[in-house]
Design a binder for this molecule. Structure first.
Ligand code: SAM
Length: 231
């Protein structure tokens, strides 16, 4: 049911990923900064995926992870709220001859849903687009879409509780990003802190537990954290 207070998740916060020029620039930036083969292998292992598995990636972006995972599993559903991101990802899959990924319009809160519970759900760098109350709803959708013992791989910017001085923490993070990835990515990090909805670890962990998921592993990777959770 759509309530009058339903959050409009198609309105982007921070970078506007509906903008076609931003989509190509994002893909190029990520290709330089990340190793998708390593990421997909880590996700497949963390989620216990096999050739029979079905996976749902929420906030697929340019589709790199979904397309790479497609080589390991039976089927991937890959959704995003940005039509421009989805079109870019579809074309990429076509160029690479990948036929077992369904790209569809939808977000954490609305739109496309797989028609049966899945073995694994992946979401990277996307949940922070929702304010906290709506993150709780998003994790409820995730929990309800997993098979029993199905797993979630959640990677995002999450603020740690183990600091008393967030300004000092952010300064160190931003300078670390600057030395590794340059001034543009450092400025995007500033804008992320200023305008997007990254949450605190203890709040996120409470939301995960309330939705009946168990955290079986947590990793802190600088500014990013990975949560591997089981239903
Ligand atoms: C920073 S990109 C990350 C893309 C990809 N997951 C990656 O790791 O490169 C964030 C993506 O989340 C999408 N997004 C924003 N809000 C969303 C929502 N409510 N539900 C699903 N996807 C969303 C954006 O359109 C964008 O494609």
């Amino acid at each position: 049911m759509n309530y009058p207070w339903q959050y409009d998740e198609t309105a982007q916060v921070g970078t506007d990923y509906r903008d076609e020029s931003e989509v190509a620039a994002y893909d190029e930036r990520m290709q330089k900064l990340r190793n998708t083969d390593v990421e997909a292998a880590d996700i497949a292992k963390a989620l216990n995926l096999s050739a029979n598995s079905t996976v749902w990636e929420i906030g697929t972006g340019t589709g790199e992870c979904a397309i790479t995972l497609a080589g390991t599993v039976k089927h991937v559903y890959a959704t995003d709220v940005s039509p421009a991101m989805l079109e870019y990802a579809r074309q990429k899959a076509k160029r690479r001859g990948i036929t077992n990924v369904t790209f569809a319009h939808g977000g954490f809160l609305s739109g496309f849903r797989p028609d049966h519970p899945v073995d694994g759900i992946v979401t990277q760098l996307a949940l922070h687009h929702l304010p906290d109350f709506w993150k709780l709803k998003a994790i409820s959708v995730i929990a309800n879409s997993l098979l029993s013992q199905g797993r979630l791989y959640l990677r995002d910017v999450i603020f740690p509780s183990a600091t008393d001085d967030y300004d000092a923490f952010f300064r160190v993070v931003i300078e670390g990003v600057r030395s590794q990835a340059g001034d543009d990515v450092a400025e995007q990090t500033v804008q992320h802190i200023k305008t997007e909805f990254s949450t605190l670890d203890w709040i996120l962990e409470g939301m995960i537990a309330r939705n009946g998921l168990t955290i079986i592993e947590k990793r802190e990777e600088g500014f990013l954290s990975v949560y591997i959770c089981e239903k």
